[in-house]
Write a protein that binds this ligand. Structure first.
Ligand SMILES: [Zn+2]
Length: 216
C-alpha cells in the first residue's frame, strides 16, 4: 500500500500516521524525520539543507524532493509506505507521480483527515504549556481549571502558535495551499476523506475501514 496522508494542523496527523503505518506494516515516512536523519547523518543533502535552515530560510523543493527520492529508494519502502508532509503542493505531487512511475509504481490512496475549523480551534486554542517542564495541558480535555502545572507546579501559558487568531490563520494558509492538491488527487480518483473528530482510536478505525477496499 502506497499512501499519502494529508490533514490540517490539529487533525492529529502525526499520531494517525504512526498508527496507520504500523497497522499496515509499512514505514511511516515524514519529511521532518527525513530532514533530521539527513542532517544528523551528515549526508550531502543534509549539509545543503542545513545551510538554508541555519539562515532561517525554507529548504528548496529540489532538496526536499531529492531526500524523499533517496528515502523511497530504501529497501523497507519497496512494498509500500505512508508519506506524511509530502507532497505539499501540486508540482511536488506531479514529481512524486513521475518518480513512482519511473519505478513502475503508483500511489494507491490519498487519505485526507477531515476536521472542521472550529474543532481544530477548540483542540489547539485550549492548549496550555508549562513554562517550567514544557508539558502541555488542555483546558477542556484535562479539565484544567487553574494555570498551574499538575506535574511540577510551574505556571502555564498559551503559546503564540496556539492562540485562536494564529490557529485560524494557519488553517487559512493550509486550505489555500492544500485545496489544489486535494483537487489533484480527487481528479486522479484516489482521494478518500476520513472524519478525524472523536477519540484517536476511533479515527484510526475509520481510517483503516477506508483503506481496506484499496488493499490489493
Ligand atoms: Zn510543569
Amino acid at each position: 500500500m502506497r499512501l499519502v496522508l494529508v490533514g490540517p494542523p490539529g487533525a492529529g496527523k502525526g499520531t494517525q500516521a504512526q498508527f496507520i503505518a504500523s497497522n499496515l506494516s509499512i514505514p511511516k515516512i515524514s519529511t521532518g524525520d527525513i530532514f533530521r536523519a539527513n542532517v544528523s547523518g551528515g549526508t550531502e543533502l543534509g549539509k545543503l539543507a542545513k545551510t538554508y535552515m541555519d539562515r532561517g530560510d525554507l529548504v528548496p523543493d529540489e532538496v526536499t524532493i531529492a531526500m524523499v527520492r533517496d528515502r523511497l529508494s530504501e529497501d523497507d519502502a519497496q512494498d509500500g509506505f505512508l508519506l506524511d508532509g509530502f507532497p505539499r503542493n501540486v508540482p511536488q505531487a506531479e514529481i512524486l507521480k513521475k518518480m513512482l512511475a519511473d519505478w513502475g509504481q503508483a500511489l494507491d490512496l490519498v487519505l485526507e483527515l477531515v476536521v472542521d475549523d472550529d474543532e481544530v480551534v477548540r483542540r489547539l486554542a485550549g492548549r496550555r504549556t508549562c513554562s517550567q517542564c514544557g508539558r502541555i495541558w488542555h483546558v477542556e480535555f484535562d479539565d484544567k481549571q487553574d494555570d498551574l502545572c499538575d506535574a511540577c507546579g510551574g505556571t502555564l501559558f498559551q503559546r503564540d502558535d496556539d492562540k485562536e487568531e494564529t490557529v485560524r490563520h494557519r488553517l487559512e494558509v493550509y486550505q489555500e495551499q492544500t485545496a489544489p492538491l486535494i483537487n489533484f488527487y480527487a481528479d486522479e480518483g484516489i482521494l478518500v476523506g476520513v472524519d478525524a473528530t472523536g477519540p484517536v482510536e476511533e479515527v484510526t478505525q475509520r481510517a483503516m475501514d477506508a483503506i481496506r477496499p484499496f488493499l490489493g
